[in-house]
Design a protein around this ligand. Structure first.
Ligand code: FAD
Length: 304
């Protein structure tokens, strides 16, 4: 147990939380995964900067965790530190058509704020259960919308604790990709630009998209959404269905019967079950259709 590190981090993180052996199953929407050695939740920029400085001086490895809605964490847990930005990073300020939002604001909170100000363009994201930080990293998208279309700039912190502002172009957004997949950076906040709209129509669109999600997606089970990326020219769910894998199980991990693109935790799946299922699906789809399907879900820790 990293008692000394917990003590040192606690002297730096006063407004937030520091914990040893925190179960990551409490921080992932799959609800699986072992404990991280140290969980650190800086409350503000100053605490984040000091945390980074301390971890650097000790040569400690760390992970950034958003809402954990795209993460599969090993049952063996994680070495080092999981940094989760506390609610203090979740402010949403609106000026005209522009929203300045903190990284820990959730997409649904931002969508609700946009609706309250009759701003349209963010409806696509209302049902994505991630934080803004995770959504920027992933260039999250749905129903013909993606973060790329609405983000004007992003304020980031590098691992030296320096802040930099990047334009949307510099963020190198593409399908489930951004600059953060190439460089070690932390999302602090983003400037989102929407258009003036009609509140009733915005609400109608959000309700319609939510109903479509409830109808098509297995929201009744823990998951990380679409497990696989869309391969060029194909749909992952169709390839999986055509390989005869609808409902296929490893332990309590299952290819959803409702939507073959989702792997769900039927109750007591382990991360190892989910990982084994993913590998088997990839192998069988390759054998039946000759297509490689890559995971959209990010695996953290040791699996093989
Ligand atoms: C039911 C369900 C439906 C979903 N539907 C969709 C959908 O329609 N479209 C879609 O794109 N996704 C969807 N997802 C997946 C997921 O919600 C998105 O990928 C989301 O953007 C992840 O955000 P997060 O905060 O949960 O990030 P996490 O899963 O916690 O992390 C994702 C990545 O971002 C990094 N990260 C997180 N915060 C920061 C930060 N502040 N700075 C730097 N790095 C950071 C993490 O290290 C990790 O690499 C769905 C998931 C579920 C469970």
């Amino acid at each position: 147990m990293k008692k000394e590190l917990v003590n040192e981090l606690s002297s730096v993180i006063k407004g937030g939380r520091v914990a040893a052996e925190e179960p990551m199953s409490a921080h992932t929407t799959f609800q699986t995964g072992g404990a991280v050695e140290v969980f650190a939740e800086p409350a503000d920029m100053d605490e984040l900067k000091k945390t980074l400085g301390l971890l650097k001086s000790k040569g400690e490895h760390f992970y950034l965790i958003g809402n954990g809605s795209n993460l599969l964490v090993s049952d063996k847990g994680l070495r080092g530190v999981a940094i989760h930005l506390a609610k203090g990073f979740g402010d949403i300020c609106i000026e005209g058509n522009t929203l300045i939002c903190g990284a820990s604001a959730t997409l649904s909170q931002i969508a609700r704020a946009a609706l309250a100000h009759s701003l349209t363009g963010f409806e696509f994201a209302a049902g994505i259960p991630g934080s803004l930080g995770g959504a920027i990293v992933m260039n999250a998208g749905a129903y013909d919308g993606e973060m790329k279309q609405v983000v004007k700039s992003v304020t980031l912190m590098n691992y030296e604790g320096e802040t930099v502002k990047k334009s949307a172009e510099e963020m190198r957004f593409s399908y489930r990709h951004s600059l953060l997949k190439e460089e070690q950076l932390i999302v602090l906040e983003a400037e989102i630009v929407l258009q003036k709209g009609d509140a009733e129509k915005i609400k109608e669109k959000m309700d319609d998209l939510a109903a479509r999600r409830r109808e098509k997606q297995p929201l009744e089970y823990p998951s990380a959404g679409s497990t696989f990326k869309r391969p060029k020219g194909y749909f992952a769910a169709k390839l999986i269905q055509d390989a005869g894998l609808r409902g296929f199980c490893v332990g309590d991990a299952q290819v959803s019967e409702k939507h073959c693109g989702f792997v769900v935790n039927k109750g007591s799946a382990s991360s190892a079950d989910i990982y084994a299922l993913i590998k088997e699906v990839q192998k069988r789809v390759k054998a039946s259709a000759g297509v490689d399907i890559e995971t959209e879900v990010i695996c953290l820790g040791e699996f093989d």
